[in-house]
Design a protein around this ligand. Sequence first.
Ligand code: UDP
Ligand code: MG
Length: 154
Amino acid sequence: MITEKVVLNICVGEVERTLSIVKPDGVKKNLIGEVIRRFEQKGLRIAALKMLRISRDEARGFYIVHKERPFYESLTSFMSEGPIVVMVVEGEDAIAKVREIMGATNPKDAAPGTIRADFASDIEHNIVHGSDSPESASYEIPYFFSAIEINYQY
Ligand code: UDP
Ligand code: MG
């Protein structure tokens, strides 16, 4: 069925969208609100949001690009060990902005004031995920959300 939301989804081109996740360690540390606050404070909008727990295989599918990496099994185990919050974040340069707010993968390398510098305990347990490119976002967003679950605020 072609609804107004589906049409908007197709037509709105100039605003970038990215998939972000508050990982199980972030949820356990009560950082859901803090992560969202930092995105909103930089002018980004939350277009979709939900909390769920993914299976090991669902985590493996999400991180399929890393399947040959030594950390793949440990990472996918960690990602399925507790609930996560997944969200679609939108705005101008949303992909780069979210990555900037997150900080480097390893908290030891993350710039001061970034989420990972402030809260991550190590390179694996680093609180937050953000798509690294438009190609990644176009795989990751539909992994969790259908078109009618994504809302536009224009
Ligand atoms: N990761 C890990 N060890 C590494 C590199 C990455 O455990 O040496 C984990 C970490 O949780 C990271 C995720 O795997 O966030 C995905 O890795 P990627 O290189 O894509 O980092 P990100 O894009 O999340 O910064
Ligand atoms: Mg990545």
